[in-house]
Design a binder for this molecule. Structure first.
Ligand SMILES: [Zn+2]
Length: 247
């Protein structure tokens, strides 16, 4: 048992070194990301910075990630396998158009008959992003194993979640939509998502670029987009993630 613990400790520590290397890019200019990349208006299959995720790592087809994030995920996956655990990507990069289809399907649901647009937008925003504001546009964020917190609270899912909390940060991945109840860790916007993990060596720069380049005037072209300002979509949702203490 002690030997296993020692091996795990060494593995996590080893990859902290890799993350430290990635941090050299922290000093690069945030202007490296275009508005199209930040808003999901690119095609990952024809973008040089993206890779197709092989079936070994996902139960879906056509999942793309930024190559650096995918390489880091491969190492994290390997560490999980070493512990007898399986982590599979359910969702990676999603385009503006894809997010629009999710959003507008919810927007048109009969359950919202008689709701005003503001309340409707807030209700959909419990878990779903407005098109143009999803971290899944960036190619740095992944959903793992199951889209339900309850899966991660018992049995195999709990083991996976404990593994991710113990090791994922060593590979650059962090849960960004944490519980809103954690003291000294202010959060707003989306509810907790134990399945959503972000490759922060890149995504932290994309958030900075987003804040520098994007305003609510850029959030348009779908039903309900006029609510972007009133729900404070950039302030409370795009920036509503946990504070990432990366240093
Ligand atoms: Zn997600």
């Amino acid at each position: 048992m002690l030997r296993v613990a020692l091996i795990l400790f060494v593995e996590c520590t080893f990859f902290i070194h890799i993350r430290a290397q990635n941090h050299t890019r922290d000093n690069e200019d945030h202007g490296q990301f275009s508005k199209e990349e930040l808003l999901g208006q690119i095609k990952p299959s024809s973008h040089a910075a993206f890779s197709l995720v092989p079936q070994k790592y996902t139960s879906k087809y056509g999942i793309y990630l930024r190559t650096e994030a995918f390489q880091a995920f491969k190492s994290l996956h390997e560490a999980a396998v070493d512990e007898g655990l399986e982590i599979k990507i359910l969702s990676g990069t999603r385009s503006f158009n894809y997010q629009q289809s999710i959003w507008e399907r919810k927007w048109g649901k009969p359950q919202y008959m008689g709701w005003n647009a503001f309340d409707k937008a807030l209700d959909i925003l419990t878990y779903s992003s407005m098109p143009g504001t999803s971290r899944h546009h960036w190619g740095t964020d992944i959903d793992l194993n199951a889209l339900e917190n309850s899966y991660f609270e018992s049995g195999e899912g709990r083991e996976v979640y404990e593994f991710l909390n113990r090791c994922a940060s060593s590979y650059g991945f962090h849960q960004v939509y944490t519980s809103k109840e954690i003291p000294n860790s202010p959060r707003s916007g989306y509810e907790e998502e134990k399945w959503h993990w972000s490759y922060t060596p890149i995504s932290i720069h994309m958030l900075n670029a987003y804040n520098a380049l994007i305003s609510t005037e850029d959030i348009q072209g779908f039903q309900g987009s006029s609510q972007a300002d009133s729900v404070k979509i950039i302030q409370d949702y795009v920036n509503g993630i946990r504070i990432l203490d990366l240093e």
